[in-house]
Design a protein around this ligand. Structure first.
Ligand SMILES: CC(=O)SCCNC(=O)CCNC(=O)[C@H](O)C(C)(C)COP(=O)(O)OP(=O)(O)OC[C@H]1O[C@@H](n2cnc3c(N)ncnc32)[C@H](O)[C@@H]1OP(=O)(O)O
Ligand SMILES: O=C([O-])CC(=O)C(=O)O
Length: 374
């Protein structure tokens, strides 16, 4: 085996087929089950997109009603999960609390190890319904606020905002949030989805796959970047400081969070749609200063390095404007990506092969423990 045979980071390696989504960097497009994500973001509820990812087709009216009913009926936290959230120290990152809460949901499910397609679909709906309650409650208790019960008269997006802020959400905010959920839902064999598929490939259970995926998403090179973008904004301060800040950051060879992508090299297909949602929020909240910083950092970084923003760049500021605390941003990504992850778990299970690549050994040659006669 030569160095050329080694594909570090699996870059450029095609490991399997998938019918769930197609990322095409040449045409800068992203299709979910054949549908352009922009069209879905413009026209569909997040629940309809979840159905599309799981079943391959957009739902009929009655299928959508059934999914919405099931999701609304499964939103309340079970006592074990609530207690675990309550007892988590404030020093725990919300992604760590969410990972633990999802794991507890699995431990609390008597059917956790039933890997039949119907059972896995039920678990997927349960996690879709419960994760918002976990994320919303964790942010509230950190703020010293009481839990807010879910509302059956609100859809997924409006209810998420209701449970987090305890106020009737504004339609513009619900729409921007729904768009972010649709855009974050699925992206082929990204690191967290691949993690879920690796775990599934051993015939482990869906909850274990999701717990592993949450761990993979947390890192700043992946989903953690939406939080990291806001740390950069806070560090820079305002648009007038971007140029000097960037001089120093690039001299130190820092990665600029929210820019770059393993697959898209000319820009992320989802950014224009999320940027339009951000513009609406900026208008709504009168946040032109934040937009000025956003635009200046993008202009300067693209001009200097030719590296474009990814979806985390507009999402971070959008979630800040909606009122979420910065460490809650990556859990919001989880609340959406649970749909893509579970679709991949089911696809992997339906046509499984254990995922086990090879490695090239470059440690010491064979040697012997002192005193052992070889
Ligand atoms: C939803 C998502 O998960 S999208 C990704 C979110 N992650 C981020 O925003 C984190 C910042 N971005 C990055 O770290 C990278 O662009 C990644 C990890 C996303 C993609 O990385 P890769 O495909 O492995 O690209 P790679 O790291 O090889 O980059 C190529 C070159 O561009 C540089 N580069 C890439 N992204 C950035 C960045 N954001 N800031 C500074 N330099 C960058 C690399 O340092 C490298 O330079 P070099 O050739 O001089 O060493
Ligand atoms: O595809 C990737 O590598 C990362 C990404 O954009 C995503 O998971 O949404």
């Amino acid at each position: 085996m030569t160095d050329q045979d080694i594909k570090k980071g699996l870059a450029g390696v095609v490991v399997d087929t998938t019918a769930i989504s197609k990322v095409n960097p040449d045409t800068n497009s992203l299709l979910y089950r054949g549908y352009p994500v922009q069209e879905l973001a413009d026209t569909q509820s997040f629940e309809a997109v979840a159905h599309l990812l799981w079943h391959g087709e957009l739902p009929t009216e009655s299928e959508l009603d059934a999914l919405m009913q099931q999701e609304r009926g499964d939103r309340a936290l079970d006592p074990l999960t609530r207690e675990l959230i309550d007892r988590s120290p404030d020093t725990a990152h919300p992604m760590d609390v969410l990972r633990t809460a999802v794991s507890a949901t699995g431990a609390n499910d008597p059917d956790a190890n039933d890997a039949s397609p119907t059972s896995d679909l039920d678990k997927s709906v349960r996690l879709l319904a419960r994760i918002p309650a976990m994320v919303a409650y964790d942010q509230r208790r950190r703020r010293g606020q009481d839990i807010v019960a879910p509302r059956d008269d609100l859809d997924f997006s409006a209810n998420f905002l209701w449970m987090t802020f305890g106020e009737e959400p504004d339609a513009i905010v619900v729409d921007a949030f729904r768009r972010s959920m649709v855009l974050y839902a699925e992206h082929s064999f990204n690191a967290s989805t691949f993690t879920a598929r690796v775990i599934t490939s051993t015939t482990s259970d869906l909850y274990s796959a999701v717990v592993g995926a949450i761990g993979a998403l947390k890192g700043a090179l992946h989903g953690g970047a939406n939080e990291a973008v806001m740390h950069l904004f806070d560090e820079i301060g305002d648009a007038s400081k971007v140029s000097g800040w960037l001089d120093a950051a690039l001299a130190e060879k820092r990665k600029i969070m929210g820019f770059g992508h393993r697959v898209y090299k000319h820009g992320d297909s989802r950014v224009p749609t999320m940027r339009a949602a951000l513009d609406q929020l900026v208008e709504h909240y009168g946040a032109q200063d934040m937009l000025a910083l956003y635009e200046e950092l993008e202009r300067e970084f693209v001009a200097r390095k030719g590296i474009h923003p990814n979806l985390d760049y507009p999402s971070g500021p959008a979630y800040r404007l909606m009122g979420f605390d910065t460490p809650t941003f990556t859990p919001l990504f989880v609340a959406s990506r649970i749909t893509g992850w579970t679709a991949h778990v089911m696809e992997q299970a339906a046509s499984n092969a254990l995922i086990r690549p090879l490695s090239a050994y470059d440690g010491p040659d064979e040697r012997h423990v002192p005193g052992v006669d070889a």
